[in-house]
Design a protein around this ligand. Structure first.
Ligand code: ATP
Ligand code: MG
Length: 557
């Protein structure tokens, strides 16, 4: 058993196991380090749950740290949304909430330390010269003429940078490493720049800001992070990460480990793209249910449990690939299947009149909340002479193998009686307006009636007690089969990503539905009360996912 467990461990767990076995660290500490420049998305959810999950599994610690060292794009709106999303996912960071900007003093000290060791210098090259000197992937760079400034001069100029004596871009502080390195990240990278900007946390205290590659390892080291898990694009930055923690002299330096980013088909992952859709007003904010931000997934009706299941199924790997969006849909169906009530809603109503049912009479039928889970109990469903059914459940002239309602055919009304179509009314355009039926009182559901069988069962609501609601149907925002991008490079958006149905009719048990509450609309899918637009007397539902899918679980899962 133990052996099997060891085999099934992912590569990050294997690294941690051996680090602990070798006594490199006594216990582990992971972190999630978002930059507050947008809302978190499903990819971030993977990173959050991975880091939090490891800390929990190894009895270690998990930090939430805002990587807020770049004041240009950061906003407190994003800090608040990120806090809400991480909590909603269930990644409990307790009181371990940190802001990288609170370490600016320590970062400044670390830079001074490097200067004193002769490992950093102030450089006056212009941005253009800087590019020229940097070299290319195939050619080494050239050393800056300012590289051999004295330590005293560097200390003085760096202090002047801090004191606001230079314009933005006039001078930078660079690490002194190796202009001939095959790894461009190691060619005397910039570690501090002048930027006269107000920071959301530190205000106007600083006019110099550290760059990511310098700041991030220091943040990790200060917090005692042991395993700094990031995505593959930082693999080439790892030598610099290691250089910083070594040269600044941390006793128990953290270790960077990279894994592949999560990409999903048919949706937009990537903050930059999502931001564009939001700013251009193409979607209704960062939480538009067609997006895969965490806020949008929550609004659409996904649960933290379904996202955890999805992340677990995706696994952790070093090779880049896209996961089928249908797998996320599979997870939410699985999660809601037994948990949530299954009730009746008619999305495209057409009237059905039972000619032989007493006028004005309403009877209350006892129906299971969820046929597969008796624990959810029963509900009363009113039944009467006038009902509504979904238009697609009736055909005047049906093809073969159509088992729903058509003239002369008998079907079961779910939880109620058998009805037989005996006639219909149409308007001038030929559209069916009323379907006439007769019912057989003997066939009441649960009566033990077995004399006849019917092939079709359809859902319905009683006209007298129905609740009107708006229902939004979604398709993926991108249909990859038609190409992700247009010729001009813009996203090839699916024009049918949103359909709004204004006249849906629901059984009265829905009356108390609360924001974020979800239900199965029987035979149709899972739907969730929209937290932004739904009102007590004007319910709005978002379709989370249809009931059926052609998705097949990959064999290796
Ligand atoms: P984006 O690429 O969407 O702009 P980002 O990487 O700029 O996101 P950050 O706030 O810098 O966003 O990322 C915080 C953490 O989330 C980082 O550790 C990053 O590696 C991780 N992360 C970001 N995108 C993904 C993804 N698609 N899959 C897994 N982890 C991700
Ligand atoms: Mg980033």
């Amino acid at each position: 058993m133990e052996e099997r467990e060891a085999v099934s461990r992912n590569f990050i767990e294997q690294i941690i196991d051996s680090d602990l076995a070798e006594g490199k660290y006594e216990t582990i500490c992971t972190r999630f380090p978002p930059e507050p420049n947008g809302y978190l998305h499903i990819g971030h959810a993977k990173s959050i749950l991975l880091n939090y999950g490891l800390a929990k599994k190894y009895g270690g610690k998990f930090n939430l740290r805002f990587d807020d060292t770049n004041p240009t794009k950061e906003k407190t709106e994003f800090v608040d949304s990120i806090l809400a999303d991480v909590k909603w996912l269930g990644a409990d960071f307790e009181d371990r909430l940190y802001f990288a900007s609170n370490y600016f003093d320590q970062m400044y000290e670390a830079a001074v330390k490097l200067i004193k060791k002769g490992k950093a210098f102030v450089c006056d090259l212009s941005a253009e010269e800087f590019r020229e000197y940097r070299g290319t992937l195939t050619e080494p760079g050239k050393e800056s003429p300012y590289r051999n400034r004295s330590i005293e001069e560097n200390l003085e100029f760096f202090e002047n940078m801090k004191n606001g004596m230079y314009e933005d871009g006039a001078k930078v502080l660079r690490a002194k490493i190796d202009m001939a390195s095959p790894n461009i990240n190691m060619r005397d990278p910039v570690i501090y720049r002048v930027a006269h900007m107000t920071h959301h946390n530190t205000g106007d205290k600083w006019c110099i800001y550290p760059l990511y590659d310098f700041a991030h390892p220091i943040e990790d080291a200060i917090e005692g992070v042991t395993h700094s898990i990031c995505t593959l694009e930082f693999e080439d930055h790892r030598p610099l990460y290691d250089w910083v923690v070594r040269e600044v002299g941390y006793e128990h330096p953290p270790k960077q480990i990279e894994f592949a980013k999560l990409y999903l088909t048919n949706v937009v992952t990537g903050k930059r793209y999502i931001k564009k859709l939001v700013e251009q007003g193409i979607v209704d904010g960062w939480d538009d249910p067609r997006l895969v931000t965490i806020a949008a997934l929550k609004r659409r009706g996904f649960t933290p449990e379904s996202i955890q299941m999805f992340v677990d199924m995706c696994g952790i790997s070093k090779s880049q690939s896209s996961v089928d969006y249908a797998m996320l849909e599979y997870c939410i169906r699985e999660d809601l299947k037994l948990k949530r009530p299954r009730m009746m809603a008619v999305l495209d109503p057409v009237k059905l009149v039972i000619d032989n049912y007493p006028e004005g009479q309403i009877e209350y039928l006892d129906v299971e909340m969820n046929l597969e889970n008796p624990e959810l109990g029963m509900r009363k469903v009113p039944f009467g002479r006038e009902l509504y059914i979904d238009r697609e459940d009736f055909m005047e002239d049906p093809p073969k193998k159509y088992f729903r309602l058509f003239p002369g055919n008998e079907v079961r009304l779910m939880g109620a009686y058998f009805v037989k179509c005996v006639g219909l009314e149409k308007d001038d355009s030929g559209k069916v307006t009323v379907i006439h039926c007769t019912y057989d009182p003997e066939t009441k559901c649960g009566s033990g009636f077995t004399a006849r069988k019917v092939k079709g069962t359809i859902h319905w609501v009683a006209a007298a007690t129905a609740i009107r609601a708006t229902v939004r149907l979604y398709e993926n925002i991108i249909d990859e089969s038609k190409g992700v991008y247009n010729e001009d490079g813009s996203l090839n958006l699916n024009p049918n990503s949103l359909t709004v149905l204004e006249n849906c009719l629901l059984e009265p048990a829905f009356a108390d539905a609360k924001p974020y509450e979800s239900f199965q609309f029987v035979r149709q899918g899972y739907f969730c009360v929209d937290a932004k637009d739904s009102k007590k007397d004007a319910l709005v539902f978002n379709r989370i996912v249809a009931l059926k899918s052609s998705f097949k679980m990959p064999k290796n899962l």
